[in-house]
Design a protein around this ligand. Structure first.
Ligand code: EPS
Length: 363
């Protein structure tokens, strides 16, 4: 038994879609909690004007009845309101009538740092839009919806997950983030940053050292690296541990099997160890610049400036919400593998029996 997630959707296409498999039957979902997470993702200083007109409402098409999961695939849809402006340009079928609206003209000016160049080369596209639409971080909306479902499952076994911003553009106070974002926007530039996700209530034993694929830290790193613009992931003290001696790098064990520190970030040998889970992700500055970088026009082979189109100045606050959702999904997946069960009660009973066996109490 495991959780599966498949997503589809282009940034300016009709909709974003997610299908979750492997949920137990009888899990109650809270519509408002899902909506709140999508709303959090839309917020944040420095986001594109698009966020003000996308509603990001989740429609459930399958797998839920009267608010409870059925133990069948859960199908979620978030429609793109902006698609109305791209009906010709992003029409799934050959469009009728004259080219009109956004996306009608092919894009041939790849942006350094975006999927544009590698994407068209790999897939043989002659319009960069065919690559950038799916590569866009717009699709994180349905990942957040899936994460909200995962958090509902985790709540049944006492786990909570929270993401927050640590830095934007090198600044580490909220005022500093705003100043840095304003300054970047004024210079027609963009910013990246660092986010942190913490999970409490994580008992020892999620993940395994048995194979690389089982390792919880490897899965968390893959999940976070899978988010657009993430270039680095750290678990616990991460890179800083490389500069310590062993005596200062590990978390001593006390009676009650608690630790005196949490440098490992709650994972040892690919297994959660009962301490708080702490992971960080670093986001590069967004590649769509209003003052574009040097590129090449793919239609002529001549030097040209990269594509300029509406975009965010910074999306680090959104990343905190997306990273939270991604960590939640991985923890929920590991928990499904550990406790199984077709009905939610089977799952929670297995959790309780396990906790009794290891005699573990949350702090
Ligand atoms: C994105 C570019 C911007 C972002 C978008 C991601 O879109 P647009 O060009 O339509 O303004 O706003 O993110 C979202 C729409 C979203 O909901 O997060 C990109 O190129 O990745």
């Amino acid at each position: 038994m495991t959780l599966g997630l498949t997503t589809a959707g282009e940034s300016h296409g009709p909709a974003l879609v997610a299908i979750l498999t492997g949920l137990p039957a009888g899990l109650r979902l809270d519509r408002d909690a899902i909506a709140r997470d999508l709303e959090r993702r839309r917020q944040g200083y420095g986001r594109s004007p698009r966020q003000s007109f996308e509603a990001d409402e989740v429609d459930v098409l399958a797998g839920l009845r009267h608010g409870s999961t059925l133990g069948t695939p859960l199908a979620l849809v978030v429609r793109n309101r902006d698609h109305a402006n791209w009906e010709w340009g992003m029409s799934p079928w050959p469009p009728e009538g004259e080219p009109e609206g956004k996306g009608a003209k092919p894009v041939t000016l790849p942006r350094p740092g975006h999927a544009d160049l590698a994407g068209v080369l790999k897939f043989g596209h002659d319009d960069v839009r065919n690559a950038l639409e799916r590569a866009s971080a717009r699709q994180t909306a349905v990942h957040v919806a899936a994460g909200a479902v995962a958090k509902a499952l985790l709540a049944e076994i006492g786990i909570t997950v929270a993401g927050s911003v640590a830095e934007i553009g090198g600044a580490d106070t909220e005022e500093g983030w705003k100043d840095a974002t304003d300054a970047a926007r004024a210079d027609r530039d963009t910013l990246g940053g660092i986010v942190e996700v913490r999970a409490t209530g994580v008992f020892p034993g999620l993940g395994s050292y048995a194979t690389r694929e089982d390792r919880l830290d490897a899965r968390l790193a893959a999940a976070l690296m899978g988010i657009q613009a993430v270039k680095g992931v750290e678990i616990g003290d991460g890179f800083a541990l490389a500069r310590e001696r062993g005596s200062a790098a590990h978390d001593e064990i006390e009676p009650g099997l608690r630790r005196r520190s949490n440098r490992a970030g709650g994972v040892e040998a690919g297994i959660s160890n009962g301490e708080e889970l702490v992971v960080r992700a670093a986001m590069k500055p967004l590649p769509t610049l209003m003052q574009p970088l040097q590129s090449v026009d793919l239609a002529t082979g001549e030097p040209a400036q990269a594509l300029v189109e509406r975009s965010d100045t910074a999306a680090v606050e959104a990343l905190a919400v997306v990273a939270e959702a991604s960590v939640a999904f991985e923890l929920a997946r590991a928990a499904r593998e550990k406790f199984g069960g077709d009905a939610l009660d089977d799952f929670t009973a297995a959790y309780r029996a396990y906790r009794e066996r290891i005699d573990w109490q949350p702090r």
